[in-house]
Design a protein around this ligand. Structure first.
Ligand code: FAD
Length: 324
């Protein structure tokens, strides 16, 4: 049986969006392979019903009441054991911090290959996973195979696949496996909430993104203020990242993150094709640019022609008035 597994990442008992996106894509692969789509997760609390709503008919729930947080060694050992026993054909992970930590360790332990940060997946006529990702700084797209080792493993960029519409009327089976009490080598003392500048932008409903048009690093403080009022987070163009004004973690585009928020506000961003590749599927795009001919206006739902340092403070004041 050529089963496709999706690793379901959880944080504070909620499921990462990318895992649900992967369930939808994994289902297509499993159907083509005539195998099962299997969701596997490690969490103290039972989240199986929520996972099943997004298409998983088989779920493996690994748990241990003493495991509260992600632990590289405990997770790697637990997953390696179950994968060795059940031999899935393909395993997909989100290319998140945890996915990027866990998947390579597992691949090494299972003596198989891993393609990181895929933006497209397909199967060839022999059922081999075609794992496509940008390479050489985004100048080429490389399709990578792992023909001699099973499972074929990939991490996939958040936001590149659509998740399915959840459905309540579902049948699914759950295999619950209690993990033995491995002593963690790391003790977590405290978890400090991230501020919105470093939030995972691919999970956010609102992104306020800044480009070279900000002209200076301090411009991001203004964007941060707007993002906070909208309960969103801040993104950046590559030009802003390369100027050293923003962290590469928040770069949007072909060589950055793919995002699909409800609202994307592009501030001082021209709309180069490589930037647009990462945000064009946002539900509502608002562009603020002083050049009325900037290409970003071609894909914007709403365009404001003007200096962002005049427009954004007005937006902030208006939002503050509304909130009082
Ligand atoms: P610019 O193109 O310089 O645009 C700045 C804009 O700000 C202009 O439109 C200007 O009119 C406006 N402006 C200036 N001052 C103000 C003001 N005061 N108020 C309002 N508007 C103002 N880019 C990405 O973003 N993401 C990627 O992932 C990415 N990957 C790439 C991969 C490859 C292989 C290559 C070759 C390029 C890639 N790029 C990427 C770079 C991309 O081609 C552009 O160079 C980049 O997106 C431009 O960033 P920008 O829009 O911030 O800057």
């Amino acid at each position: 049986m050529k089963d496709v597994w999706v690793y379901i990442e959880t944080e504070n008992n909620s499921i990462k969006k990318v895992s649900l996106e992967l369930l939808n894509e994994g289902k297509k692969l499993a159907t083509k392979l005539k195998g099962n789509l299997v969701a596997v997760y490690l969490n103290k609390t039972d989240l199986s019903h929520e996972i099943a709503k997004y298409g998983a008919k088989k779920i493996i729930h690994l748990f241990n009441n003493n495991i509260e947080h992600y632990d590289t060694l405990i997770y790697t050992n637990a997953l390696a054991e179950i994968i060795t026993e059940k031999k899935p054909h393909i395993i997909l992970f989100g290319a998140t911090h945890i996915g990027r930590d866990l998947a390579p360790r597992l691949a090494a332990k299972l003596n198989t290959g891993l393609t990181a940060d895929c933006t497209h997946l397909d199967l060839d006529e022999n059922g081999l996973l075609m794992q496509t990702r940008p390479a050489f700084g985004g100048n080429i797209m490389a399709t990578i195979y792992c023909p001699e080792h099973i499972p074929q493993m990939a991490t996939v960029r958040p936001g590149v696949f659509e998740m399915s519409v959840p459905t309540e009327n579902i049948k699914y089976e759950v295999e619950k496996i209690e993990l033995k009490n491995d002593k963690p080598l790391i003790r977590i003392l405290d978890i400090i909430n991230k501020n919105s500048l470093s939030k995972d932008i691919s999970e956010s409903n609102v992104i306020v993104a800044g480009g070279r048009g900000l002209g200076k690093p301090d411009g991001f403080k203004l964007l941060e203020e707007l993002a906070q009022l909208l309960n969103g987070c801040v993104g950046a163009s590559r030009a802003a990242v390369e100027s050293g004004w923003a962290n590469p973690e928040i770069q949007v585009g072909q060589t950055g993150k793919t995002v699909k928020p409800k609202i994307y506000i592009a501030c001082g961003i021209s709309g180069a094709i490589q930037h647009v590749a990462g945000m064009k599927d946002s539900k509502c795009i608002i562009a603020i640019n002083k050049n009325k001919d900037a290409p970003i206006f071609k894909i914007a739902d709403f365009g404001i022609v003007g200096d962002l340092y005049e427009v954004i403070p007005q937006l902030i004041n208006k939002l503050k008035e509304e909130k009082i």
